[in-house]
Design a protein around this ligand. Structure first.
Ligand SMILES: NC(=O)c1ccc[n+]([C@@H]2O[C@H](COP(=O)([O-])OP(=O)(O)OC[C@H]3O[C@@H](n4cnc5c(N)ncnc54)[C@H](O)[C@@H]3O)[C@@H](O)[C@H]2O)c1
Length: 348
């Protein structure tokens, strides 16, 4: 994939685009990249106040107001994009077209076509395009994968993913349809990425459903003309006959427990925020429930793998093609909801 290899982790000079204050993700990325051995070089941010915070966090860091300035003036090798979702594709394309490796925060982009364009442009430049799926190594999914591999669940029949409750969406960009991509594009991407580790068969078809207008019609709601769906759902059909249901809601006053339920032929595994339970049927309808806390998450492996890839040619875990899969589901689901019919996947 990448034509250049680096003599040491420290020789990989890194930058972030976006140093926002909501979760201090810019700081988190630079600290993780540093911990993996790479050298923080620059921060790009539209907001001058956030650039001041970056300069206080990383003494001597170069700062830029635009990604164009960064690409023209700095010797950066790898750039991580940590901006609102609708800006990802354009920023990512500029970076790979300038011959620099790019890590996109999730979601990689909003549409399949944008992902394909990014992957193709990175290929032409001989650089890496990846997506920061740090949650690939979350304790809950590491444990679920281990249980699935052990055969304890039998064959996976269905995965149900759900988050949310009857609650007003926040007054931030994540509630804007045109900026966020829709209500499924935040946590939905993580949940799909978890699931696609467990169901590996090709995606054949996606049905999307959406309910709109309830929260947008409430007094004072800031995104009245451009609000996310109140609730959206994607149902994914796989070539294996398996299926997956993803629901993110701001309307459900009686949510089920657990955000991920893996239904197998022999047992069902339910993941909640603070632990998981494996429910195994026995004789006479009795069900044994085994509860366990989540093991420690290992999100630091994302940049460790990136470094091993760039310095020693280790296989990249989160490739552009891998990150495209959840986006293809979300893109099809959004269009399916509008058209009112299931849509066929394109090399899903
Ligand atoms: N992986 C995770 O667990 C995780 C957690 C939180 C956020 N995220 C992702 O990180 C991304 C950013 O979210 P956030 O919560 O940090 O948002 P935020 O609003 O706190 O920060 C975004 C920053 O980007 C800046 N910005 C916007 N356009 C820019 C541009 N063209 N050039 C430079 N700077 C620009 C804004 O000024 C803002 O400071 C999103 O993709 C989000 O989904 C991922």
């Amino acid at each position: 994939m990448n034509s250049q290899t680096y003599s040491s982790p420290a020789s990989i000079k890194v930058a972030v685009v976006g140093y926002g204050g909501a979760f201090n993700m810019g700081r988190q990325h630079l600290n993780e990249m540093k911990a993996a051995g790479m050298t923080p070089l620059a921060v790009v941010e539209l907001d001058p106040k956030r650039l001041e915070v970056a300069r206080a966090d990383f003494h001597g860091i170069e700062t830029y107001a635009t990604v164009d300035e960064l690409l023209a003036r700095s010797a950066v090798d790898l750039v991580t994009v940590i901006t609102p979702h609708n800006t990802h594709a354009e920023l990512g394309l500029k970076i790979v077209s300038a011959g620099r490796h790019v890590v996109m925060e999730k979601p990689m982009a909003l549409t399949t076509a944008e992902c394909d364009a990014l992957i193709a442009a990175a290929g032409r430049s001989g650089v890496v395009v990846s997506t920061y799926h740090n949650r690939h190594w979350d304790g809950c999914i590491l444990r679920a994968s281990e249980i699935v591999r052990s055969g304890a669940l039998g064959e996976i029949v269905r995965i149900d993913l759900r988050m949310g409750q009857h609650a007003r969406p926040g007054d931030w960009w994540r509630s804007s349809r045109s900026i966020s991509g829709g209500v499924l594009y935040d946590w939905g991407v993580h949940l799909l990425e978890y699931s696609l580790q467990l169901i590996t068969a090709p995606i054949t078809e996606v049905s999307g459903y959406a309910w709109n207008g309830y929260w947008a019609g409430q007094p004072g709601f800031p995104w009245a003309q451009d609000a996310n769906e109140d609730e959206a759902q994607a149902t994914v059909r796989f070539a294996s006959g398996q299926r997956l249901n993803l629901t993110i809601t701001h309307l459900d006053a009686a949510p089920e427990h657990g955000f991920m339920k893996i239904v197998g032929t022999r047992a069902t595994h339910v993941i909640e925020s603070n632990g998981a339970e494996t429910c195994t049927p026995g004789a006479n309808g009795a069900v044994t429930i085994e509860r366990a806390p989540h093991p420690k998450s290992q999100g630091e492996k994302f940049y460790q793998n990136m470094v091993a890839h760039l310095t020693a040619g280790e296989s990249l875990v989160i490739t552009g093609e891998w990150a495209r899969r959840p986006i293809h589901v979300l893109d099809l689901a959004a269009r399916s909801a509008l058209e009112g019919r299931a849509l066929t996947a394109v090399y899903g």
